[in-house]
Write a protein that binds this ligand. Structure first.
Ligand code: RM4
Ligand code: NI
Length: 272
């Protein structure tokens, strides 16, 4: 049985619609659902997130939405620090309605969004004000401001914005297009970035090279497909952008400690 987390353990009263739960750090945490929704911000560190059976790598400066009925867990955490923004069904809000329109529909491909540093500062300053002793009206209006910032961040808008913003857009573009063969010089140019400074910036921000980031996107997708599709391992490797399936196996083993074949034969190896 999957555990269901209950509002009464996190919200200070039945009247309160929003609660901030920092996780510094977030330990490994088993699969669960909730009777409330969450917006999660990764403030630092790394980890693996399984959302409704799909694997996503977490990096600093990322956020995602969890609906009450979603099932999720955290694994392979390294100093993962999260801020959870818990909120009840928007129907219960006292002062604001229609906010569901600001929350994106679940998207299996892109559900974890990078935001830029400017947004991060704004988000942090709003979260600081969101304390339990504020009135419901203020809490709801602060929450609305947060949703607007997040919503603003959902769309890729190639080549404009601050340097950090363009870098984050490129990372988001890769989340969608990781299956393509990537020409880094050309791609960085499309986002008005220089290849060398892009490389440096990425290493600073998410701790790995762009190529490694790309490979991890491909591996995460392959991992999910090995469990849920009937496609052959070679087909999965190819479809995820690996043109050499031996190289795919090597990368896969490095990432997960077991081979694609082992996972396929033995889905019990999966995180759950
Ligand atoms: C847990 C974990 C869960 C969240 C609860 C509130 O530590 O972060 O995802 O639902 O806290
Ligand atoms: Ni949760």
């Amino acid at each position: 049985m999957i555990e269901m987390l209950l509002d009464k353990d996190f919200f200070s009263s039945s009247d309160q619609n929003i609660a901030i739960e920092p996780r510094t750090p977030q330990p490994v945490y088993p699969e669960h659902t909730h009777n409330f929704n969450e917006i999660v911000i990764v403030t630092s560190g790394y980890g693996k997130h399984i959302l409704n059976g799909r694997l996503f790598d977490l990096y600093p400066g990322m956020m995602f939405y969890i609906k009450a009925s979603d099932c999720h867990l955290y694994e392979s955490v390294h100093d993962l620090h999260l801020t959870n923004i818990l909120f009840r069904d928007p129907k219960n809000f006292h002062f604001i309605n229609g906010i569901n329109q600001l929350i994106p529909n679940p998207d299996p491909i892109q559900s974890h969004y990078f935001f830029d540093k400017k947004s991060y500062e704004n988000i942090q300053s709003i979260i600081k004000q969101l304390t339990p002793n504020q009135s419901n009206a203020i809490q709801e209006s602060l929450f609305l401001q947060l949703l607007l910032i997040f919503n603003n961040n959902l769309y890729v808008n190639q080549g404009s914005g601050s340097y950090d913003n363009r870098v984050k857009q490129l990372l988001r573009w890769l989340q969608i297009n990781f299956k393509e063969q990537i020409n880094w010089a050309q791609l960085t140019e499309q986002f008005s970035l220089s290849l060398r400074s892009f490389h440096r910036h990425i290493k600073n921000e998410i701790g790995i090279t762009p190529q490694k980031y790309l490979i991890k996107l491909r591996l995460a997708n392959a991992y999910t497909q090995l469990i849920y599709s009937n496609k052959s391992i070679t087909t999965i490797a190819q479809e995820c952008g690996f043109n050499d399936s031996a190289y795919f196996s090597t990368c896969f083993k490095q990432e997960f400690t077991f081979s694609p074949q082992t996972l396929r034969n033995n889905p019990d190896k999966r995180y759950h």
